[in-house]
Ligand binder design. Structure first.
Ligand code: RM4
Ligand code: MN
Ligand code: MN
Length: 397
């Protein structure tokens, strides 16, 4: 069914593909109305590593785990050694390090954008410590998301906050070690409902440029308004050498954190296609971190993660099938139907059998979900964790 050239493309794409798992995707999470507790959810950092390790063992493409400092290293740098040994034990490496400057009471009116200089300093100190943690864990990316903003017109000085952010991000950049990067994530709204200090990719881009040469933009696919053309943002950032990475998830309405590709798989394909086309045209590898940022409160957490990784591999492989030479010629000649067909043909190709063969050639199960269900892992952790999870308090107010 595939030409040998297509098979080579697919294998090369799969060999190059990695996607990072979020530690928080294995723990109990919920909506603002409450948490639905799962008996198998991870209750400790160790359990998050174990679950992520299981997903990597079955899929082979998730060697790193993103960590949230406050949730996974509550004692800060003092936890580095234990995190390192957990990583070793579970066959993983520490991935992006996420400071948390949105949860503590002091951040009610913001972190780096807070009008109170003492709170801005406290936020900066936590971010700088997180940069140190990243360096100690040999983790490349410091991943920054801020909840900062305001809820009512006129209540904050938007220009002052912008400058405070620029200063804080510059100081953060100065703390990066050799080879480290900082990624600036944007989000249009929530939790702030009137203005958000880093609301879109343009603001993130300007902040990253102001911060220094190793700052890049992080695109969380759920952080856009309805109908926004995300692949265009991706193409611009690639062209400007400012695309740092992704937080993948899908959405129907806003920041829904639904399973990647569950609502609009063609959107994810188009993103991967822009990257593949850039690489074909420039002969350069796009230095982009693929990360998952999802928390499933209804689906089983490990199953949902395996489903996500499988979907990501499929869409990435489909994008590798686009005939770039043909597409470039069609674009040049404005042969619209031919150009669009290049994408459609690749998108509608069933790559699952090739992925199964590729997996087996690496000693991995052809069907990761089936292997997980056969493994008994879920039954084991359910028995071990059910009582602990039942004891968790879950309430709206
Ligand atoms: C935000 C954002 C961040 C994530 C937090 C928990 O909506 O997506 O990346 O760290 O949620
Ligand atoms: Mn995110
Ligand atoms: Mn989000």
């Amino acid at each position: 069914m595939f030409t040998s050239q297509q098979t080579d493309c697919l294998v090369a794409a799969l060999n190059s593909f990695h996607i990072e798992l979020p530690s928080w995707g294995f723990a109990n999470t919920g909506t603002r109305f409450g948490k639905f507790l799962q008996p198998a959810a991870a209750t400790t950092t160790e359990e998050k590593f174990a679950d992520a390790g299981e997903v990597h063992r079955l899929t082979g493409v998730c060697p790193t785990i993103a960590l949230h400092v406050l949730w996974d290293l509550p004692n800060g740098p003092a936890d580095v050694d234990s995190v390192q040994s957990l990583a070793r034990r579970h066959g993983l490496r520490a991935g992006s390090i996420n400071p948390n400057v949105f949860q503590d009471q002091i951040y009610k009116y913001g972190s780096l954008g807070n009008p109170d200089p003492a709170i801005r300093q406290q936020a900066l100190d936590h971010i700088l410590t997180s940069a140190d943690i990243a360096r100690a864990l040999a983790s490349r990316d410091l991943s920054l998301w801020f909840a900062d903003g305001s809820n009512y017109p006129g209540t904050q000085n938007i220009r002052h906050r912008r400058r405070w952010f620029e200063d804080g991000l510059r100081e953060t950049h100065a703390r990066l070690g050799a080879g480290q990067r900082m990624l600036v994530e944007y989000k249009p709204f929530e939790p702030a409902f009137y203005h958000t200090d880093i609301a879109d990719w343009g603001m993130a881009l300007l902040f990253a440029r102001a911060a220094g040469p190793n700052a890049r933009v992080l695109v969380d696919t759920g952080h856009h308004y309805q109908a926004q053309n995300i692949e265009q943002i991706v193409a611009w950032l690639l062209d400007l050498d400012m695309l740092g990475g992704f937080h993948f998830n899908d959405r129907r309405y806003a920041d829904d954190d639904l399973t990647m590709g569950s609502i609009d798989p063609y959107q994810v394909f188009r993103i991967f296609h822009e990257i593949a086309h850039f690489e074909w045209e420039t002969g350069r590898r796009a230095d982009v971190a693929y990360m998952i940022d999802q928390s499933h409160n209804l689906k089983g957490k490990i199953e949902a993660m395996i489903q996500t990784v499988t979907t990501a591999m499929e869409l990435f492989a489909k994008a590798a099938l686009v005939d770039h030479r043909k597409l470039a010629a069609a674009q040049e000649n404005c042969a619209l139907v031919d150009a669009e067909t290049c994408l459609k043909d690749a998108f509608s190709t069933d790559v699952r059998p090739v992925i199964g063969e590729w997996a087996e050639s690496k000693g991995l199960p052809a069907d990761a979900m089936d292997a997980f269900r056969q493994s008994g892992y879920l039954e084991r952790i359910t028995a071990n964790r059910a009582a602990k999870n039942a004891a968790t308090v879950s309430s709206y107010a």
